[in-house]
Design a protein around this ligand. Structure first.
Ligand SMILES: [Zn+2]
Length: 312
């Protein structure tokens, strides 16, 4: 473990925000301590696992590394997944309609890269920290993927027209440095699209420390609009817009599961609730409930589209 200071303003002046167990992997003895910077409001883990230690919190069962087409994945989740990929692709094609070179940082299984390539107009590649995950993605989709960190990849200046980070920035140890490196390798006018959990969401307010977006101890930083905007500005990127309407239902299902696990809900009740939630009819019936917070900017995930300014 290591102690750290605020990634955004450099202050070492923070107040405890929450102590959160590892709910995703259901390890009640593993906790993360989140603090909020008294100077700028950034919420971050302190102390936190070092880069060398963090790997032990990503076992092979870690969900983003699982092949969504394999195993006993429910029809609803599978469809939600395909819908999510189409939505992600749309962010890219709207931000950079002419296409070009795209980098997906933390590309995991490569499903998104394959989806963008299939859409056409894009030359795609990825960076993935975990070598076995990168190898599997290369083999499955015949993709160009660098195994290692973004810094190790050492891309030349002004290389990419679009760079995407789907649920990645909250995992890195120095997000402002990562964004600064992305700024360097983006072409002037190129766009970066970043999705992070939204600490300003209604889910976060409702579920508190059981909110899936905290994902302790893997999430090292938890953003609001204000702190994400400031991080982008510090990296020299210009924010174009925020939106929050992506993946709401799947997050909600996780929130409920975590809450039930933490409150020792009877197994039969858990099974019954899960069955109801995973029923497509529930999804359909509750759609307006999820649409409203998203429209108000209070959805569980924040998507920022930012651009490297063109040279004057
Ligand atoms: Zn700060």
């Amino acid at each position: 473990m290591e102690t750290t200071v605020c990634n955004l303003c450099g202050a070492d002046d923070a107040t405890e925000f929450a102590v959160v167990p590892d709910l995703l992997l259901d390890r009640p003895t593993v906790h993360a301590r989140l603090v909020r910077c008294n100077q700028c409001g950034l919420v971050y883990q302190n102390p936190r696992p070092t880069p060398a230690e963090i790997g032990e919190h990503y076992p092979p069962s870690y969900e983003p590394y699982a092949d969504p087409r394999a195993g006993r994945v429910g029809q609803l989740l599978r469809r939600a997944y395909a819908y999510g990929m189409a939505k992600r692709t749309r962010y890219v094609t709207q931000a950079v309609p002419q296409g070009g070179r795209l980098l997906d940082l933390g590309c995991a299984t490569g499903t998104f890269l394959a989806a963008v390539r299939a859409h056409g107009g894009w030359q795609v590649e990825g960076v993935e920290l975990i070598d076995e995950v990168a190898q599997a993605a290369r083999a499955r989709h015949n993709l160009k993927i660098f195994s290692g960190t973004l810094e190790d990849a050492a891309f030349p200046d002004d290389t990419f027209d679009a760079i995407t980070l789907w649920d990645v920035l909250e995992h890195v140890h120095d997000p402002v440095a990562t964004l600064t490196e992305l700024h360097r390798i983006l072409r002037p006018g190129g766009a970066v699209i970043i999705r992070v959990p939204n600490l300003g969401s209604w889910d976060a307010a409702l579920f508190g420390k059981y909110w899936a977006g905290l994902d302790a101890p893997r999430h090292l930083t938890v953003y609001t609009r204000a702190t994400l905007r400031q991080s982008l500005v510090q990296a020299g990127l210009r924010l174009e817009h925020f939106s929050t309407g992506i993946g709401s239902y799947v997050t909600f299902v996780l929130d409920v599961k975590f809450w039930m696990n933490a409150h020792a809900v009877a197994p039969q009740t858990k099974t019954r609730v899960s069955k109801i939630l995973l029923n497509p009819a529930s999804r359909l019936a509750s759609a307006p409930l999820f649409y409203i917070p998203s429209a108000l900017g209070m959805g569980p995930a924040l998507v920022a589209v930012a651009r490297k300014p063109r040279l004057a």
